[in-house]
Ligand binder design. Structure first.
Ligand code: PTT
Ligand code: SF4
Length: 611
């Protein structure tokens, strides 16, 4: 095979052993890489019902056939496991040198099982895998850990590590790399912590084999130049994702005070232009020439990297309007290895519970110091509230009672990303049906939706959600390349087919790529259904009650909310188009059409299936 290394490294932490296994061209062509490989590995290797924080869970790091080549924004990888937050499939996408180094070490994925007896770290260097004591690293923040490891192995070594949140099994702990890139929202960092694994260092020095090395060189050069020439390039370098704050405010979708409103009275204090005034530099992922990490000095005079989601969730969603203070909270999240989206959700949820008198702690909207203390409590699971909030809003609502489940903002247990959907049914559908819970990654339909029939529950919207789930959740997550050149600068999709042909020698027309996207999406759905069995109903795919029950009270969309019955109809149309039954379970013929015979067989033994 060209392009793919054809090897996966299987690590067993109980035995402190690593063995490289080959996989064949059928696996490569059917699942491509990244999310496709992760889904297939987790489906094949996990027994349903296992505790995600037990040694039986698998932690998967997976790259794609473009990773490691000189191609734009291709330095990312998927980190995946059964999620301790949702008990379903979980993954995230992280920009890291570890992706490039893993491919150059000769692997396309690393799969880790078992649990080390004591805190441990691993060094993978080409054919060798060494396990070493990490008691000196345990308890350190992510940046302290990375700096120690860089002293030992050099700055170009790839490092994936956890902070204290992962060690303490906070259910939305993520994995951190390069002091500010973080991935694995559904608690993939907690899975790493449950294995007593503080860090994985990867160093590779092999040449990647490509079908057409000359073509890659030419295409790469041309593509990088094309990115630079895009009209929006200069503005993108200035603000990156931060300009979305102004966009969300203008369109009444900026999450404000636990998603009770879509406009924030002080949005201009925390937007892209405010950020530019305190910005010091740009940082980014490997292989990228449109780096978008906005580095600012925070209120503790330390460096913090700002993105839209981080600022909306730790700013407007908790009623905080001081950008430097938001940056400090964001830095703490990176240091502890806490997902900022879930963190902003639990903080907003606790503030609302405090306001409504459901908890005795006094944490008012916008109180920076209270938020800072609470973040530490969560990361260390200390105190009643810190420990409770470390399990996410779904669990906290059960404890708080008082109808708080109606404003616990999650789908399937994963907290919602930073878009209020009182007035955007299409985006609500995207959140409801995303493969990991409420994440915007599979279908960010909202930008198209607000420009078209904004409040409609149309078939066209259903089609658009599915189209995006195929491209973003499928092609980009399987190739593990960054989707932002396409979305933000209009870098044409056709490039990726050309890249794929040059690296692998395989010509994949769009229908084939879409089929792969559907195969992976359906396998992930089968994973969820296998876990939940007969408890799986269409209610798993429903957005939070707040959006149906409490209209917006401010801004141009004042008085609006979602319509429950229209949403239900739209969801059923989505199921029909996906080839799923009325509970959202793939039919036998859908699974067989996608070549998922295993999944069809196993699900038949678990739930009553439609043929
Ligand atoms: C992603 C989610 C996002 S999406 C953001 S900001 W965004 C948050 N970032 C966090 C952070 O930072 N620190 C932290 N402690 N927690 C964080 N949680 C949140 O995680 C990220 C970029 C961004 S910035 C986005 S949109 C795009 N996401 C991509 C994706 O998912 N797939 C893909 N093929 N390309 C993408 N390109 C963009 O990458 P999750 P990163 Mg991330 C500091 O992890 O779990 O997928 O959730 O990886 O390397 O930091 O790049 O406005
Ligand atoms: Fe990373 Fe941003 Fe570049 Fe994407 S555009 S690869 S997120 S630095």
């Amino acid at each position: 095979m060209f392009g793919w290394n054809g090897r996966i490294l299987h690590v067993n932490l109980n035995k402190e052993k690593a063995v490289a296994d080959k996989y064949d061209a059928v696996m490569a062509r059917n699942f491509l890489g990244g999310r496709g490989f992760a889904a297939k590995i987790l489906w094949d290797e996990l027994k349903p019902g296992i505790d995600p924080l037990s040694p039986a869970n698998r932690l998967v790091f997976a790259t794609g056939p473009l990773t490691g080549f000189g191609l734009p924004s291709s330095g990312k990888m998927v980190v995946a496991a059964k999620s301790p937050l949702t008990w379903g499939y979980g993954d995230g996408n992280i920009g890291t040198f570890a992706s490039v180094q893993m491919r150059k070490a000769g692997y396309d994925a690393v799969v880790i099982e078992g649990k080390a007896k004591n805190p441990m770290a691993m060094l993978i260097r080409n054919e060798s895998a060494d396990f070493f004591d990490a008691k000196d690293l345990w308890g350190l923040t992510s940046s302290q850990t990375e700096r120690r490891l860089a002293e030992l192995y050099g700055h170009s070594a790839g490092v994936l590590c956890i902070g204290q949140a992962g060690e303490n099994l906070v259910k939305y702990a993520n994995i951190v790399s390069q002091e500010g890139r973080a991935g694995g929202r559904p608690g993939i960092g907690a899975v790493m912590g449950s294995k007593n694994l503080k860090a994985v260092v990867i160093i590779g020095s092999k040449e990647l084999s490509a079908a057409n090395p000359e073509e890659i060189k030419d295409l790469g050069g041309e593509a990088y130049r094309e990115v630079l020439a895009k009209p929006n390039y200069v503005f993108w370098k200035r603000q990156g994702t931060m300009s979305t704050i102004e966009w969300s405010q203008e369109n009444s979708v900026l999450p404000t005070r636990n998603y009770s409103e879509g406009v924030f009275e002080k949005a201009s204090n925390i937007g892209g232009f405010a950020m530019e005034k305190i910005k010091t530099s740009n940082r980014g992922c490997p292989q990228c020439n449109m780096t978008c990490g906005n580095i600012v000095k925070d209120s503790d005079r330390k460096e913090s990297e700002l993105d839209y989601e981080n600022v909306a969730m730790l700013g407007s969603n908790i009623g905080l309007a001081n950008l430097k203070s938001i940056a400090s909270l964001n830095r703490l999240a990176d240091e502890y290895g806490l997902d900022t989206i879930s963190l902003g959700n639990v903080l907003g949820f606790a503030m609302e519970a405090s306001e409504k008198g459901l908890i005795k702690e006094d944490i008012a909207w916008g109180k920076y110091k209270a938020a800072k203390t609470l973040i530490k409590d969560i990361a260390y699971r200390q105190g009643y509230l810190g420990n409770l909030l470390a399990d996410g809003v779904y669990s906290a609502a059960k404890e708080f009672g008082g109808g708080s489940d109606r404003w616990a903002m999650h789908v399937k247990g994963l907290e919602i990303s930073a878009y209020d959907c009182h007035t955007t049914p299409g985006m609500a559908l995207a959140f409801s049906t995303c493969s990991v819970g409420a994440h915007h990654k599979d279908a960010w339909v909202i930008s198209w939706e607000v420009k078209t029939d904004r409040e409609g529950y149309t078939t066209e919207k259903v089609d658009k959600v599915i189209e995006l789930q195929r491209i973003r959740g499928g092609v980009f997550e399987c190739l593990t390349v960054c989707r932002l050149p396409w979305i933000e600068l209009g870098f044409e999709l056709e490039w990726y087919r050309k890249f794929l042909r040059a690296t692998t020698g395989v010509e994949m027309p769009w229908p084939t790529l879409n089929l792969i996207g559907d195969r992976v999406f359906n396998l992930i759905r089968a994973f969820w259904v296998r876990e939940f069995g007969d408890k799986w109903t269409a209610d798993m795919d429903v957005p939070p009650q707040r959006w149906f029950e409490e209209p917006l009270t401010k801004g141009p969309m004042k008085g609006k909310k979602l319509d429950r019955s229209e949403f239900g109809n739209m969801l059923q149309t989505y199921y029909q188009k996906r080839g799923w039954d009325s509970r959202g379970i793939p039919t036998g013929s859908t699974l067989l059409r996608l070549g998922l015979e295993d999944a069809a067989r196993e699900l038949r033994g678990k739930v009553k299936m439609t043929l």
